[in-house]
Design a protein around this ligand. Structure first.
Ligand SMILES: Cc1cc2nc3c(=O)[nH]c(=O)nc-3n(C[C@H](O)[C@H](O)[C@H](O)COP(=O)(O)OP(=O)(O)OC[C@H]3O[C@@H](n4cnc5c(N)ncnc54)[C@H](O)[C@@H]3O)c2cc1C
Length: 391
């Protein structure tokens, strides 16, 4: 039995889903469908919550720069609690990777003028707990900031509701068939609803949602990443986020300890990701060998799926002109920091209007983000790591 009809049905209650739904609720009737009882249960609830304008390829950097202004300038009616707080970020390099880092700094400076190259001495001043003698230089991004993911997700959800949007939890999208100009969407309780446009924001399950709608997959790869929260004798809560240019570890100070990841990228089926003991051991080994803390204890551990296509650029766009199916997926390790921009683009695609000029400028063409370009890349090797980040 068909219950209600909506202009837009958004699948997925992570950051991509709630942000797109919130944008669209200004223009029509929106329903958001989430399989879990708890919204943001999967990748969105498991992030490291840092925003770095120097991170990712040129498209990501442009989306992040626009989103940074949104986070920092948004009026307080939108964010009940501040969405961000100061942090700074250091990306370290040893002698072997120095040329690589310098090239990266040169390419990033075109968009992010505040990025600097700093020497070993400055690295030690900024992060005194790092073991001496290993890091010859670093990229320093002083304005990198912590994101309050809960506050951001909640702000979008609250605005979605204020704009009249409907949120269905504990109900999965099980399939959709095209009927006339719209869709009949089936849900896991046997009910159906009508929708003019489907927005696919299903994270690691986005290819599955497409296929259940009769649409070709884009070749999305969920890659598991492990995080441990480490208890150390000394706390350094005001030191920067630390990464390495070869992406072997990140360390992020938190009020309750240090968040550490071995930056693993293990291909996974879409699932409720759990940390692997070997990845935890690698994280601790790298952490203990590059810091002066000695043996440390693990307070918490978790894992999440970062989803990518081969060029490590999100999929945001319409599936053909008339299909009424829009993707907002494959947002990788940037989905929170770039969420406001991605939501604007997903909404434009769902409305069938051009991408907003202020979000994209000359830097982003719709084809850079289109689902069609993913199929052209089909079979391409997943380029893990720094090479793709540089472009
Ligand atoms: C360890 C780690 C660290 C990270 N650090 C950062 C960081 O510092 N900064 C940053 O910006 N990003 C970071 N990220 C990435 C960021 O978390 C993701 O890019 C973002 O959360 C992805 O959001 P999403 O909405 O696409 O996916 P998700 O949050 O996974 O949401 C997708 C939702 O779709 C639902 N769904 C799937 N199938 C169906 C269906 N059939 N019916 C109904 N619902 C369905 C799922 O249940 C899920 O809730 C990190 C990720 C990880 C794992």
């Amino acid at each position: 039995m068909m219950s209600e009809s909506y202009d837009f049905a958004v699948v997925g209650g992570g950051i991509c889903g709630v942000a797109a739904a919130c944008e669209l609720a200004v223009y029509g009737r929106v329903v958001l469908v989430e399989r879990e009882q708890q919204l943001a249960y999967h990748t969105t609830g498991r992030s490291a919550a840092i925003s770095m304008e120097s991170y990712g390829n040129a498209v990501i950097r442009k989306l992040t720069t626009w989103s940074t202004a949104f986070y920092k300038d948004a009026d307080h009616d939108f964010f009940e609690h501040p969405a961000w707080s100061s942090r700074g970020a250091l990306i370290l390099s040893d002698a072997a990777n120095q040329d690589h880092l310098i090239r990266r700094i040169d390419s990033i400076r075109q968009l992010v003028s505040t990025v600097q190259q700093v020497d070993e001495h400055t690295v030690r001043e900024l992060a005194p707990y790092l073991a001496p003698g290993r890091w010859t230089t670093a990229l320093y991004e002083p304005h990198a900031f912590d994101l309050d993911v809960h506050a951001i997700h909640f702000a979008y959800l609250k605005s979605l509701r204020r704009r009249g949007g409907t949120v269905l939890r504990d109900l999965a999208f099980t399939g959709a068939v095209r009927q006339g100009a719209g869709w009949t969407v089936s849900l896991s309780d046997g009910s159906r609803l009508g929708a003019g446009v489907i927005v696919n924001a299903a994270g690691a399950w986005a290819d599955e949602v497409a296929q259940r709608s009769g649409i070709d997959p884009c070749g999305i790869k969920p890659l598991r990443r492990t995080v441990v929260l480490v208890d150390t004798a000394e706390r350094h809560p005001h030191t920067p986020y630390i990464g390495t240019v070869d992406e072997r570890i990140f360390i992020k100070p938190e009020a309750t300890g240090l968040m550490v990841s071995p930056c693993d990228e293990t291909l996974s089926a879409p699932c409720d990701a759990a940390p692997d003991e070997l990845d935890i051991a690698i994280a601790m080994d790298r952490f203990e060998s590059m810091t002066t803390f000695g043996r440390s204890t693990i307070r918490r551990k978790w894992a999440g799926l970062r989803t990518f296509v081969a060029d490590r650029t999100p999929i945001v766009g319409r599936e053909g002109q008339d299909a009424g199916f829009v993707w907002s997926a494959a947002v990788g390790g940037y989905g929170i920091q770039a969420a406001p921009a991605i939501a604007k683009l997903a909404a434009a695609a769902a409305l069938g209007v051009p991408f907003p000029e202020d979000v994209c400028g000359a830097a982003i063409r719709p084809s850079d983000l289109s689902p069609q370009r993913c199929r052209a890349m089909a079979g391409a090797e997943h380029s893990l790591g720094a090479v793709a980040e540089l472009t």
